[in-house]
Design a protein around this ligand. Structure first.
Ligand SMILES: [Cu+2]
Length: 510
C-alpha cells in the first residue's frame, strides 16, 4: 500500500513539472500576442452585452409565459382568507428583489464590456469610500425592514390561533409513512384524547376509548376517501405525526406546516372558494367563448377521450411536503370545499370509528354498557319513527315497537336500560298533549297460553306504570296483553320467536 502511494506521488510530481513547463511556454507565446488578446477582449465584451440582452429578455418572456402559474395571477387565486395576504407579501418581495435582480445583472454585464482589458489601461483602486458604504447599507436596510415588518405582520395573521368562544371546526391530521389519517370530531365537535401507547392495529391513532369524546370521532385512513369542509367557516387543523417528520401542505389554501413527532402543531384557515367555484375559475372563457387558460382545457386522462376536462376534474389536494421516504408521493388526500348544507349532510353520513370498529369488542372499556351517544342516537331514531307514524294516514303505521325495552326473563320487571326509550315516549306525550296510546304486550308461543297472556298483560302494565311514574295521566293510556295471538314472524325459528316477544305502543289519538 505504502509503495503504491509513493509511486503515485512520484507520478503526480512528474505531471506537475510537465504542466508548469507547458504553462510557461504558453505564457511566452501570449506575451508576444497582445494584439490577439485585445481582439479576444473586444469579442468577449460584445458577447457579454448580447448575453445580457438575451438573458433579460428571456426572463421577461418566461415571466409573461408562466404568469398564469404565478401566485395571485391567472386562475391560481388563494382559496383561503389568509392566503391573500401571503400572496401580497410574496409579490411585494418579488417586486423589490426583481428590481435589484435587473439592476445588478445590467451592471454585471455592462461593466464587463465597458472595462474590458485594453493596452495601457489600469484598474483604479479605491481603498475606502464612506458615501458608497452608506448608500449600499441604507438602501438594503430600508427595503429589508419594510419586507421583514410586512412579512411578520402577515405571519402573525396567518398563525393567529382561534379565540375562546369562536365558532370553528377542529379536525386532526396525523402523518405516517405513507398516509394522512384525518379525524373529524363528530357530533360533539370535540376531538377525543389520544396516547401513542394505545396504538395497535385496531387503533391506529391510539385513541383513548375511556374518553367519551372519542366515541363519535370519525377516522379516515383511506387515501381515496374525499373529505369535505364548509366554505366560509374557520377550520383549525391539529397536525401530528406518528413516525418521522411530515409536512401538511395544501397549496391552494397557502397552508404548509410541519408534522413533528411528539410536538403537535396547528394551522387555522378559512376556505373562501368552493371546489365548484375554483373549477369554474380554471375553466373560465372570454366573451368569445375562448378558454382563458387553455392548459386546463385538456383531457384529464389522455388515454380516455370520455374523461372530463382537467378543470372539471380539479380537486383541492393535501400533500406531504417533507421528503419522508420513498412512498412520500402517495400521501395525497383530497378535500372538497362545499356549502354548509352539503357539509352538514356529508358529516351526518359519516360513521364513528369507535361505534363501527371498537364498540362491544374486548377493547371496548364500555362493553355491555349503554353510552350517551347511543342513547342520543336512539332518541333521534325514536323521534323520526314517531314523526313518520304521526304523518301517516294508514292504521298499521300507527303501531310502533319498543326496540330497546326489555324485561328480565319470564318476568315483568323492566331492565334498567329500558327507561331511555320509555323516556322518549314520555317526552313525545308531553310534546303532543292530545296523544293517547295503547300499550301492548306480546309473547311467543312457548309455554302455556294462559301464562303468556298473563305475562304480556303484566308487561304492558309495567310500561304503563313507568309512564305514570313520569307524570303521564293514566287517562291517556291503556295497557293490553295479547299473549301469543298476534305474531309478526313465524314462531318456528328462534329469530322469529324473539321478534314476537315484544312491547308496542299504538297511537289512538294524536
Ligand atoms: Cu410524509
Amino acid at each position: 500500500m505504502t509503495g503504491l502511494i509513493i509511486l503515485l506521488c512520484i507520478l503526480l510530481i512528474f505531471v506537475i513539472v510537465v504542466q508548469i513547463g507547458k504553462v510557461s511556454e504558453i505564457a511566452g507565446k501570449i506575451r508576444g500576442e497582445e494584439e490577439i488578446e485585445a481582439d479576444g477582449n473586444r469579442i468577449n465584451g460584445a458577447l457579454s452585452i448580447i448575453f445580457m440582452v438575451l438573458f433579460l429578455a428571456g426572463c421577461v418572456i418566461s415571466a409573461i409565459y408562466y404568469q398564469d402559474s404565478m401566485l395571485g395571477y391567472g386562475p391560481h387565486v388563494s382559496a383561503s382568507e389568509h392566503g391573500v395576504g401571503l400572496d401580497r407579501i410574496f409579490n411585494v418581495t418579488l417586486f423589490f428583489t426583481g428590481i435589484v435582480f435587473v439592476i445588478t445583472h445590467i451592471a454585471l454585464f455592462y461593466f464587463a464590456y465597458k472595462y474590458q482589458g485594453r493596452t495601457g489601461r489600469k484598474a483604479r483602486f479605491i481603498s475606502h469610500d464612506n458615501k458608497l458604504e452608506v448608500i449600499w447599507t441604507i438602501i438594503p436596510a430600508v427595503v429589508m425592514t419594510f419586507l421583514v415588518v410586512g412579512g411578520l405582520e402577515a405571519w402573525n395573521d396567518v398563525m393567529a390561533d382561534v379565540e375562546e368562544g369562536e365558532d370553528y371546526i377542529e379536525i386532526e391530521a396525523t402523518g405516517q409513512q405513507f398516509a394522512w389519517t384525518i379525524r373529524y370530531p363528530g357530533d360533539d365537535g370535540l376531538i377525543g384524547t389520544k396516547d401513542f401507547r394505545l396504538i395497535n392495529p385496531n387503533n391506529p391513532l391510539g385513541m383513548d376509548w375511556e374518553d367519551p369524546k372519542t366515541h363519535d370521532d370519525v377516522v379516515s385512513t383511506g387515501a381515496g376517501e374525499i373529505m369535505k369542509l364548509p366554505v366560509g367557516k374557520k377550520v383549525r387543523v391539529r397536525i401530528t405525526s406518528r413516525d418521522v417528520l411530515h409536512n401538511f401542505d395544501m397549496p391552494h389554501f397557502r397552508i404548509k406546516m410541519d408534522a413533528v413527532p411528539g410536538l403537535p402543531t396547528y394551522f387555522v384557515f378559512t376556505p373562501t372558494v368552493t371546489t365548484e367555484e375554483y373549477r369554474a375559475g380554471l375553466g373560465a372563457t372570454d366573451k368569445n367563448g375562448e378558454p382563458l387558460y387553455p392548459e386546463w382545457w385538456e383531457l384529464s386522462d389522455e388515454e380516455d377521450p370520455e374523461s372530463p376536462m382537467r378543470w372539471e376534474a380539479f380537486q383541492y389536494e393535501l400533500a406531504c411536503a417533507e421528503l419522508c421516504g420513498n412512498g412520500h408521493y402517495s400521501m395525497r388526500r383530497v378535500f372538497e370545499i362545499v356549502s354548509q348544507e352539503e357539509y352538514d349532510e356529508w358529516e351526518a353520513s359519516q360513521n364513528s370509528y369507535y361505534l363501527t370498529t371498537i364498540r362491544n369488542t374486548d377493547e371496548d372499556p364500555f362493553k355491555g354498557r349503554l353510552l350517551d351517544v347511543e342513547i342520543k342516537a336512539r332518541g333521534k331514531e325514536f323521534k323520526n319513527r314517531l314523526q313518520t307514524a304521526l304523518a301517516s294516514e294508514a292504521v298499521e303505521d300507527k303501531t310502533l315497537r319498543f326496540d330497546y325495552v326489555n324485561f328480565n326473563t319470564g318476568s315483568a320487571v323492566l331492565t334498567p336500560d329500558s327507561r331511555y326509550e320509555l323516556e322518549n315516549l314520555v317526552a313525545a306525550m308531553s310534546d303532543y298533549p292530545n296523544m293517547t296510546v295503547e300499550l301492548a304486550g306480546h309473547t311467543d308461543n312457548v309455554g302455556s297460553a294462559d301464562g303468556n297472556q298473563t305475562l304480556s298483560q303484566s308487561r304492558a302494565a309495567a310500561v304503563m306504570n313507568f309512564l305514570a311514574s313520569k307524570g303521564i295521566s293514566s287517562a291517556r293510556m291503556t295497557a293490553q296483553g295479547y299473549g301469543p295471538t298476534i305474531p309478526v314472524e313465524s314462531n318456528d325459528t328462534e329469530e322469529g320467536r324473539a321478534a314476537n316477544r315484544r312491547t308496542e305502543f299504538k297511537i289512538i289519538n294524536q
